[in-house]
Design a protein around this ligand. Structure first.
Ligand SMILES: Nc1nc2c(ncn2[C@@H]2O[C@H](COP(=O)(O)OP(=O)(O)OP(=O)(O)O)[C@@H](O)[C@H]2O)c(=O)[nH]1
Length: 395
């Protein structure tokens, strides 16, 4: 027999299981509240389901014990509820991270584990075999969830993801260690087994609370992120707005990407020529359709790291990154020609129009974004003065 560190009388297991059930119910309600408020986004329903399956399994277990002597079902229902909970945690993480759900393999795996757990008891194996099996399966499922969160954490960082990473890490370890310490080699006498098990129940209760807390923090940070993107997006075209442009360029600088990228950053200010005439002749709705059309066209002219922006009214901008001054002039010319060739279809009929473009490159790494935009704007107005439908470059 290996020595066990738990040399104290067993805590009352039925009471602990009741507390476990109550905490799981409370955490389920908290998480459902969050899911309701966010209309079920970010996998909240799965996470609420993870708490619900623990609460429900314990509820069924205590109800069965109240009405009949311990049976196979009574013994396995809690274990199987635990595996189901781990499946739902994994699906919640996948939904939160926007990964394809692919629930079938996880559900099949959990089904086979449940079958194995019931079969073990039916074949007369002791309870610890069934418990260790379901706990190991839970540890494995949570390992997958941990891996997904770890990848997201490496890209995004942040306190909420760090906490979720920690909670999942601890919960993988707790499931695996509980499985190990349930074996007779570790547990030794049945008295020790009960004492160890009751300590694990306390750990699991603490983990449930920490998990709900991490879930709510994740949700909060995600809501903040989507609020920011709403503030940064122009509703008519779906492009970034002026604030979005400034924030993105600012973030690029903070990340130090400026050293390489910013010296090759080019801002192009783009303004429709005589847009007032389009509105006057075809109506405001047709004008809006043209603005949306230009938005789509700009997106087709930028790479994933570049920015396409509606600065306001009929003024747009593009930020190309890592291009030379000569290439920037060619890109702007190509853009001007594609707008001139484009036939914008609107409810008032097909409309053709032209744009004037002013481009500017940063004079130095320290040049303020506003100054850079101001010089591009000055070049744009030069293009307007010189006759429109042309590209001018700021020096
Ligand atoms: N349909 C539509 N029109 C807009 C929107 N925002 C601004 N405009 C119109 O864009 C026009 C801009 O007019 P001006 O600033 O005189 O410029 P312009 O007619 O394009 O002339 P130049 O820039 O000098 O070539 C105005 O008629 C605005 O009402 C919008 O969101 N939708």
């Amino acid at each position: 027999m290996l020595p066990t560190p738990f040399h104290f009388p067993a805590l009352d297991v039925p009471t602990l299981l009741t507390v476990y059930q109550m905490v799981a119910t409370l955490m389920m309600l908290v998480t459902v509240g969050g899911a309701w408020g966010t209309r079920g986004r970010y996998g909240m329903w799965f996470w609420a389901g993870a708490f619900a399956s623990v609460a429900l399994a314990q509820l069924v277990r205590s109800w069965l014990l109240a009405v009949a002597p311990p049976s196979l079902l009574t013994m396995t229902v809690g274990h199987i509820g635990g595996v189901l909970s781990s499946v739902l945690v994994l699906l919640g993480v996948r939904a939160f991270l926007g990964l394809p759900l692919r629930w079938q393999p996880a559900a099949l795996f959990a089904g086979l584990v449940a079958l194995g757990s019931v079969s073990a008891l039916t074949l007369g194996q002791p309870l610890w075999v069934s418990l260790s099996l379901t706990l190991s399966a839970s540890a494995l499922l949570r390992c997958f969830a941990l891996r997904h969160i770890f990848r997201a954490w490496r890209v995004q960082g942040g306190f909420a993801l760090s906490l979720m990473l920690l909670v999942l890490g601890l919960s993988v370890a707790a499931h695996a260690l509980r499985a190990l310490t349930s074996t007779p080699g570790f547990a030794g006498s049945s008295e020790h087994a009960v004492a160890t098990n009751s300590v694990w129940l306390l750990v699991f209760i603490a983990l449930l609370i920490a998990q709900a807390f991490a879930v709510l923090l994740l949700l909060n940070s995600e809501l903040q992120r989507s609020l920011w993107s709403m503030i940064e997006i122009d509703p008519l075209t779906g492009l970034l707005n002026r604030r979005g442009l400034k924030n993105r360029v600012g973030r690029l600088r903070q990340r130090g990407a400026g050293d390489k990228a910013e010296l090759g950053m080019v801002v192009a200010m783009i303004d429709f020529d005589h847009f007032k005439d389009i509105n006057d002749r075809h109506g405001h709705a047709a004008g809006d359709a043209v603005l949306r059309g230009l938005g789509r066209l700009l997106l087709s002219h930028v790479r994933p790291n570049d920015l396409a922006v509606r600065m306001g009214g009929e003024e747009f901008a593009v930020v190309w990154q890592e291009v030379s001054a000569e290439d920037a002039v060619k890109l702007a010319e190509r853009l001007r020609l594609s707008v001139a060739d484009e036939i914008f279809s609107t409810e008032a009929g097909a409309i053709q129009c032209t744009v004037s473009i002013g481009i500017a490159m940063p004079r130095s790494q320290d040049e303020a974004v506003d100054d850079l935009l101001g010089r591009a704007d000055a070049a744009l107005y030069k293009a307007k003065r010189e006759g429109r439908n042309r590209v001018e470059r700021a020096y």
